[in-house]
Design a protein around this ligand. Structure first.
Ligand SMILES: [Zn+2]
Length: 448
């Protein structure tokens, strides 16, 4: 991708964005405005988390002893909804790249585009703009950090698949000469330490502390404002159900904030809960609830952080819906998440272990956390390899929980928007995904 001048670009793009009033009807006047301006902004994107996932999660966490379904952190923070469609040339159903680019830049683009418009011209992102404004900046993800969603905030590429070029942009793309992200935490060592280039060395040369494990997070001194590149897995982090870490997303988010906070100019942190999407693509309800658990822990931490710091806006949305999941299936008016409560691993890992460890009924029951009927066991043991076992296991869990799926891909439904802290009101009601990007530009622009 050709080099471009970000400073010139920023003036151009912002003159367009900032003269358009977003959510004009909800803008508070004068005095209120000042009070409503956040110093810090945390943008959380739950990849693939369409509107049904938070409801599934509420049911999953429901206390069966009471007559109500208890609300969750998501219900507490809900403010609105967002359309997700990409540039019309790509139709009504977006991919993560186009939607993340819309959230990051306020501009719609084609499916597959990373930080570029339909003419493949680079767009200014809120992360770059925050850096130009002198703020501290960070990116956190549970997938490889070069994956479409985090990449759209920092890289410019015509295709989300060019992972090596995207990794190069993490270092080469500058905001007025400065590296764009001060803190980078996620997976993806293999894209940064390559035979043709060692980006980790280059980041270290630029003063970044490199860590390669969750233990490494503990070596970071709180409040030290160290710049960090943390690549905690070769590619993506494991699903929560297979993780040795209890709440990885929450821990990474907390560590990132500790390195970014206490700066006069504030910080912008972008966090991606990546694998709700992958669970949706796999039509795997157990995997999905695990990832929602991690996201709920991260949001509970961020909600408390926003309340205590008083000057931090937290926004959560999804880039699109994945899997077309339903609560109830095959004509039954039922859903039962209790079967998912005691699983020792993700269904994928359990399927692999069934074959690698030649597990019998009691061994499988131990991993699933429930007893199998004779016919259920015979269904599972008929599978000739891990792939077939995984399919059989997902069918079993769907049948027991009454979960339905309509696709292995994305769907074009609107997604929920959650917000808390100063500026949260700006996200009330219906909006477009580009409005969220534009609103963050506005909030950063007015702050000084
Ligand atoms: Zn997806």
């Amino acid at each position: 991708m050709k080099a471009f001048k970000l400073a010139a670009l920023s003036t151009l793009v912002l003159s367009g964005i900032l003269t358009t009033s977003v959510h004009a009807a909800q803008t508070n006047s004068g005095e209120n405005d000042a009070r409503e301006l956040p110093k810090n902004v945390v943008m959380v994107i739950a990849d693939g988390m369409g509107p049904v996932y938070p409801v599934l999660y509420r049911n999953f966490k429901d206390d069966p002893e009471t007559n109500i379904v208890e609300t969750t952190v998501f219900d507490r923070l809900l403010v609105g909804s967002s359309a997700t469609y990409p540039h019309k040339s790509s139709g009504y159903v977006t991919d993560s790249a186009a939607s993340a680019t819309a959230l990051a830049t306020g501009v719609k683009t084609y499916n597959g585009a990373i930080g570029v418009d339909i003419n493949k011209e680079p767009l200014l992102t809120v992360l770059e703009y925050a850096k130009i404004k002198g703020m501290r900046t960070g990116l956190v993800s549970t997938s490889h950090i070069v994956h479409a969603t985090p990449a759209s905030y920092i890289a410019k590429n015509e295709s989300r698949r060019n992972y090596d070029e995207i990794a190069d942009d993490f270092y080469d793309n500058r905001a007025e000469g400065k590296l764009v992200a001060d803190v980078i935490i996620g997976g993806g060592v293999k894209y940064f330490k390559r035979s043709d280039r060692d980006l980790v060395k280059q980041f270290q040369g630029a003063g970044y502390q490199y860590i390669d494990s969750f233990n490494g997070l503990k070596t970071l001194k709180p409040g030290s404002q160290t710049n960090v590149i943390g690549l905690l897995a070769d590619v993506a982090l494991p699903p929560l159900l297979d993780s040795e870490i209890e709440t990885p997303l929450m821990k990474m988010s907390k560590s990132a904030i500790k390195q970014l906070e206490n700066d006069d100019k504030g910080f912008l942190l972008v966090i991606e809960a990546s694998q709700v999407d992958w669970a949706g693509h796999s039509n795997d309800i157990a995997y999905a609830m695990g990832e929602m658990d991690d996201l709920a822990a991260a949001m509970t931490f961020l909600e408390a952080y926003s309340r205590e710091s008083k000057d931090t806006l937290v926004v959560l949305t999804a880039d699109h819906n994945t899997g077309g999941v339903s609560i109830g299936s095959k004509g039954e008016y039922k859903w039962d998440g209790s079967w998912l409560e005691n699983m020792k691993n993700s269904p994928q890992t359990i399927a692999t272990r069934i074959h690698e460890e030649d597990l019998q009924q009691d061994g499988i029951e131990e991993l699933l956390g429930f007893e199998l009927s004779r016919s259920e066991y015979s269904q599972l043991s008929k599978a000739s390899d891990a792939k077939e076992s995984y399919v059989a296991l997902k069918q079993l869990l769907d049948a027991k929980t009454f979960t339905g799926w309509t696709t292995g891909g994305h769907t074009g439904v609107d997604v929920p928007v959650y917000a808390t802290g100063p500026g949260a009101k700006k996200f009330i009601g219906y909006q477009d995904n580009t409005d969220i990007g534009k609103e963050i530009f506005h909030l950063l622009n007015r702050q000084d």
